[in-house]
Design a protein around this ligand. Sequence first.
Ligand SMILES: C=C(O[C@@H]1C=C(C(=O)O)C=C[C@H]1O)C(=O)O
Length: 254
Amino acid sequence: MRLGRISYVNMAPVFHRLEYDVEEITGVPTALNRMLLDGQIDVAPISSIEYARNADHLRLLPRLCVSSEGAVDSIQLVTRLPLGRVRSVAVTPESATSVVLTKVLLPGAEIRPFEQDADARLLIGDAALKSAFEDPTPHHDLGRLWLERTGLPMVFAVWAAPEPVVEGLSDLEHALVASVRLARSEPEKLAYEASARYGYPAGFLARYFEKLRYSFGPRERAGLYTFLEMARDVGELHHVPELRFARDLRVPLS
Ligand SMILES: C=C(O[C@@H]1C=C(C(=O)O)C=C[C@H]1O)C(=O)O
C-alpha cells in the first residue's frame, strides 16, 4: 500500500510505531493532494478543503484527522499590521486549507503568491513553527482565531482514499490509531525521537503535540462542516458534500 506522509513534524505521532507494511510517500500537503487525486498514492492525509472539492470520488478514514481546538502553533499569519488593516496576504504554496481559512477569516484581503510583497504572510507546518520560534514579528495563530470565531475545532487535514478504496484500508487505519495511542502514552519518547529527526527542542515539540488532535470525533466533524459552509460562502467550494467514510463500504449491499 502506498501511504502519503506529510513532510512536517505533525506526522510524528501517526508514524511513531506504525506496524503496517506500507510504502511511505512523503510530500508537502499540496503535493500529496495532487498525488492522491492523480492515483499515485492509495491513501494520504490531504487538505480538508481538497477532500471537499473531490468528495464524490474519495472516501474518508473515520477515525483520523489533523486538527486543533484553539492554537495549533503551525498555522501562522505573520504581520506587523493589526489584523483589521491587512489588505493582502502572500500565501505558502504548500497549503490548500489554510489559504481558504485565511479568506474566511479575512474576507477583504487579497491572496497573492508567496514571492510577492504583501501586508501579511501565511506559513504552515514546520516553517510556521520555526518562524513563531525565531521571528519577533507578531504571529496570529489561525487555529486560535478560528476557535474565537466559531467555538469549534479546526480540521486541517483528513485521511482520504480514492474509490474503489485499496484493500486493507481499515487495518491500516487501526495501525495508525494504535501508533497515535502509543505516542500519547509515552510523550517524552515521542518528543525526543521527533526532536532527533526534525531538529526542534524536545520540550517545544512536546507542547506542540499536545495542541495537535488526531481523533476525528463529533466536535471535529462539526468544525469541518462549519468551515466548509464558510468556504462555500466565500466562493471557494461549490457545495458542502456529505462526509463519506470508508467504513460504510463494509455494509453489505442487498
Ligand atoms: C496543522 C497543520 O495542518 C496542515 C495544513 C494543511 C493545509 O493548510 O492545507 C494541510 C495539512 C496539514 O498538515 C500543519 O501542517 O501545520
